[in-house]
Design a protein around this ligand. Structure first.
Ligand SMILES: [Zn+2]
Length: 318
């Protein structure tokens, strides 16, 4: 992997390369754009490019993926490059990943303490925080002075697919790099690379909204659903088809509710009578409620079954 292999983000990559070229890397960046379009990959590639030991790659402002620094960053084992996502936090706290709902102030304090230590083997220390919109006020405050005046060659990258939900105190101190939704052609390529057959891939695109993560998840759901019988038993069968572990069933259930929401919204746009519009609006509200229920202690299979039954009552089906 190198910058060359990231598809559809030429503009963002050009900006990042420009920072290195002009030797003016801002201390804090926000990578903003929908989920599943390559923001995290780009953050890691940027960290590799800043630290690559291969001279030819340095000349081209890219990375080799082969030197010690590149390899450790790819394996997420580099002591100076931290990728702080919910999994990282769960490990720090010795808790389950599913329990992580916000980025805790303790996690931020852990990172800021690391940022003050001397680099072990990197030229640049890079702290990447995933889902930065989940940072609460206390964590943000603990972080402010460190992103404002970091030690030399220290970079913070905050990744978010919901920039509007990020705290303004943080946003105002970071330079924003926008990432674009992926085109249909790029998404089809990615689905093909993941062995999704063509008809299924094309159907999945309708829901993808430029996100490869969504496209892949949707293709998985539609693949499962194609084996089920339509009709009254569908809701129960769909609920049973969810993966066994909570870590996998929860995102899949969320994906199914998002798909129903998308279908409902499309139908609402074409609705002719006021009654139909009111009913569909009510269904949309219910789907919001079901989606929220997933973040609480409710079995995803129950939520999916209820959501599909509500949708079927309004003639919204897969
Ligand atoms: Zn390298």
């Amino acid at each position: 992997m190198s910058f060359k292999k990231i598809q559809g983000q030429e503009k963002a990559i050009e900006t990042l390369k420009g920072f290195i070229k002009s030797q003016r890397v801002p201390p804090a960046l926000i990578f903003s754009g929908p989920a599943g379009i390559g923001k995290a990959t780009c953050a890691l590639e940027f960290a590799k490019t800043l630290n690559c030991l291969d001279e030819d790659s340095n000349k081209n402002i890219d990375n080799c993926s082969l030197c010690q620094n590149c390899k450790h960053i790819d394996a997420k084992t580099h002591p100076d490059i931290v990728f702080a996502d919910f999994e990282y936090q769960a490990n720090l706290r010795d808790e389950e990943v599913e329990k992580q709902q916000t980025i805790r102030v303790d996690t931020i304090r852990h990172l800021t303490a690391l940022s003050q230590q001397k680099a072990t083997m990197a030229k640049w220390k890079v702290f990447i925080i995933d889902k930065a919109e989940k940072l609460q006020a206390e964590g943000a405050n603990a972080m402010l002075k460190f992103i404002e005046e970091p030690p030399a060659n220290t970079l913070w990258i905050l990744i978010s697919s919901k920039r509007e939900a990020m705290l303004s105190t943080i946003k105002s101190r970071c330079q924003i790099i926008n990432f674009a939704p992926l085109s249909g052609d790029i998404l089809l390529d990615i689905l093909k690379d993941n062995m999704v057959e063509e008809d299924l891939a094309k159907e999945s695109l309708k829901y993808a909204q430029g996100s490869s993560e969504t496209a892949l998840k949707v293709s998985e759901v539609l693949g499962e659903f194609s084996a089920l019988t339509k009709g009254p038993a569908f809701a129960m069968q769909a609920a049973r088809s969810l993966p066994r572990t909570l870590a996998q069933s929860r995102p899949q259930a969320a994906c199914i509710i998002d798909m129903l929401t998308f279908k409902t919204h499309q139908t609402w746009l074409e609705a002719r009578t006021e009654k139909q519009k009111t009913d569909l609006k009510e269904l949309l509200n219910k789907l919001v409620f079901y989606k929220k229920a997933l973040t609480r202690n409710v079995a995803p299979s129950l939520v999916v079954e209820a959501a599909i039954i509500s949708a079927q009552q309004n003639k919204i089906e897969f």
